[in-house]
Design a protein around this ligand. Structure first.
Ligand SMILES: Cc1ncc(COP(=O)(O)O)c(C=O)c1O
Length: 432
């Protein structure tokens, strides 16, 4: 089944009617750093005031350990329950206990890969991709020490992963496919719903890295029909933390480290030790921010008199964010073409629905580090290098040490910023 809207051209319009001024007002950092252009969001996004307030509230009012009999401790317990439900709503989990909180995405991938490594048997093949962030590659490569055999799902000349290339790699020996939903380097979206269907047909499981897709569109673990999915809160307008979703039955079966008195049940068995409560409170508030945005958009569009369900509001917010971001992508492609930049990944303006506004490029004859340095001098934050995807860089014909320039936008970025970026880039192209 095609996950709703993920790789669907329908409903994609341009930047019109998106309440960008209201959105930007919600993010205090955007107004405090006069004129700075945040185009490095793939490395971490800004947070709305409501998230800041939730973190503050936790630290000021209930910065205590959970599980006590006193009121402040109970408040922490209640916040964690709320946050689990919020994240379950965000990814459409069947059960909030399928959500585990922790440090970051990498540590969850490591946790699951260590556990899977202990259960390999005759099904010992793991498929990884050339497109993924190294967090979802190196962790699985490490399971070769437990007897895993790694197979590579390769990126084609067009810079995309095609499910047709995955199918021949699958067999009765495949234990798991580890694959990204969207490339953090070049922004291409992978048809992971089709990959899940293929993996399941061979009796394998699929582990999805949704870190880069999270801020750009609606995640639906049921529609994707995946088995595990990981996200980083700090990419989705929350503080530094990560969360894992897994099918309850699979999480129950995973051998994980836990103290003897902790029940062998999710989420406790996945969350050894104490996670950062204030950041989980912030993650809860980030979901509230998106829900509130969805409700406002729905009211402004006068779509229905009935209040939206929470999931409905999240769906509305993410659909409109996706649509607004398509417009930003088109503007970025226009600017980059104007500067004669080589764009890696999908550059066809008719295929922008297959990507997010994460643009990876090089200017002719100018080193990527020079470009980012010059942009930094002009108050624009972008990144250069291999973006933790050195294998993809090689596949694109780039030296991983120098890589490319990446400008990564989210829904609080504007067309005006894109134009300013374009003028700066043109100037750099002329002067360097
Ligand atoms: C696609 C992708 N996967 C995984 C990670 C690692 O995330 P974390 O820093 O939460 O471990 C990142 C970080 O940039 C990423 O972009």
């Amino acid at each position: 089944m095609q996950a709703e809207g993920i790789l669907n051209a329908e409903g994609i319009s341009a930047t019109a009617n998106f309440p960008i001024a209201t959105v930007r007002d919600a993010f205090p950092a955007l107004n405090r750093t006069s004129g700075f252009i945040f185009f490095d969001n793939a490395a971490g996004a800004q947070i709305p005031q409501i998230v800041f307030d939730a973190v503050n509230h936790h630290l000021l009012e209930c910065n205590v350990q959970r599980g006590g009999r006193y009121a402040k401790s109970r408040e922490v317990d209640a916040m964690i329950v709320r946050a689990r439900q919020s994240v379950a709503d965000l990814v459409n989990a069947r059960d909030p206990d399928e959500i585990a909180f922790g440090m970051n995405a990498t540590s969850f991938i490591r946790l699951v890969s260590l556990a899977i490594g202990q259960t390999l048997g005759a099904r010992n093949e793991i498929v990884v991709t050339e497109m993924d962030h190294e967090a979802n590659v190196a962790t699985w490569l490490a399971s070769e020490r437990s007897g895993a055999k790694l197979l590579w799902w390769k990126v084609r000349e067009d810079g995309c992963l095609h499910v047709g290339d995955l199918i021949p790699l699958l067999s009765s020996k495949t234990r798991l496919v580890a694959c990204t939903l969207t490339s953090n380097a070049i922004g291409s979206i992978v048809d992971v719903a089709a990959a899940a269907t293929a993996a399941h047909a061979s009796g394998a499981e699929i582990f999805i890295d949704a870190v880069h897709y999270g801020p750009h569109g609606l995640i639906d673990v049921q529609a994707l029909d995946c088995d595990y999915l990981v996200c980083s809160g700090y990419k989705i307008f929350a503080p530094h933390m990560g969360f894992l979703w897994g099918r309850r039955k699979l999480l129950q079966a995973l051998p994980t480290f836990r103290e003897d008195f902790i029940p062998d049940e999710p989420p406790g068995k996945i969350e050894a030790g104490t996670f950062i409560y204030e950041n989980v409170a912030g993650m809860d508030a980030a979901v509230l921010y998106l829900e509130d945005l969805g409700n406002r958009l729905s009211a402004a569009d006068k779509l229905s008199d009935k209040p939206l369900s929470r999931r409905g509001a999240l769906q509305r917010a993410m659909t409109r964010i996706r649509s607004y971001e398509q417009g930003l992508t088109l503007e970025m492609l226009d600017v980059l073409n104007g500067c004669r930049a080589v764009v890696y990944g999908i550059a066809d303006t008719n295929r922008t629905y297959q990507r997010v506004p994460t643009l990876c490029f090089n200017l002719p004859n100018i080193a990527p580090a020079r470009v980012t340095q010059e942009l930094a001098r002009r108050n624009i934050g972008v990144r250069d290098g291999h973006m933790y995807a050195p294998r993809l860089m090689k596949r694109l014909g780039l030296a991983p040490e120098s890589g490319a320039v990446r400008a990564s936008l989210v829904h609080y970025n504007t067309r005006e910023e894109v134009r300013e970026f374009g003028s700066a880039l043109a100037e750099i192209g002329r002067s360097c």
